[in-house]
Design a protein around this ligand. Structure first.
Ligand code: DGI
Ligand code: FE
Ligand code: FE
Length: 203
């Protein structure tokens, strides 16, 4: 892939950003990140979002995933996040709080990119096109292999909103199956994108 950055969102060249991300994670996770980038750029081209923003958000979405819990706990307490967040773990922190590390450490200040990083795990009721692209690309990138991924990939090419709904429903079912604690935002995403008890005008 040869996405050339304009300089609007980061002063780093793509190769430089890739290297900073790679330094922070295992080879396996870095390959996942590259898969998300490829998928996100393709979805951005298809649906008319900024391919450059999609590339940068994808490359940085899991930037904080391998940070120790203690570092997140310090930031949550120091920076005025809802203390309820402390009851969760890395799964919820690495995007929501990780976006602030992307901003401070990588100098990426674009609010659309930061929001896509914040929402990439839980989704939200209100999601921008870029938010949806990163949320879905994370789920369907070529390295993912789980029952249902083929359907999710097909939906992503037909109707991005349906892909968001599919992913949300299946993630929630998986979390409930494992008796995991559900973050309220994940429920909000379900209620908005999946629940049928809502007027059509809500989409
Ligand atoms: O970081 P990735 O593994 O690429 O993917 P991700 O950020 O979408 O998800 C990280 C994990 O978070 C994944 O195992 C699903 C889980 N997750 C999503 N919503 C919730 C959640 N975990 C809990 N406990 N609660 C949630 O609401
Ligand atoms: Fe993630
Ligand atoms: Fe990811």
């Amino acid at each position: 892939m040869s996405m050339k950055f304009s300089g609007a969102y980061t002063s780093l060249k793509r190769e430089e950003l890739m290297q900073k991300v790679q330094m922070r994670m295992s080879e396996r996770r870095f390959l996942h990140v590259l898969g998300v980038e490829e998928t996100a750029v393709a979805l951005a081209a298809k649906y008319g979002a900024s391919e450059e923003r999609a590339s940068i958000a994808a490359l940085t979405h899991d930037y904080a995933k391998e940070r120790p819990d203690e570092e997140f706990e310090l930031i949550i307490q120091r920076d005025g996040y809802d203390p309820e967040l402390l009851a969760y773990g890395n799964a919820i922190w690495h995007g929501l709080v990780g976006a602030s590390m992307v901003e401070r450490e990588l100098g990426i200040e674009d609010e659309e990119i930061l929001q896509a990083i914040r929402l990439h795990t839980t989704g939200a009721a209100e999601m921008s096109l870029l938010d949806k692209i990163i949320y879905v690309a994370d789920y369907i990138e070529p390295g993912r292999d789980f029952p249902g991924v083929k359907e999710a990939r097909e939906l992503s090419l037909l109707d991005l909103d349906k892909a968001v709904a599919y992913e949300t429903k299946h993630t929630l079912m998986h979390l409930i199956e494992k008796e995991q604690k559900i973050y309220p935002k994940t429920i909000e995403t379900y209620n908005y994108w999946v629940s049928k008890k809502r007027g059509k005008d809500h989409r």
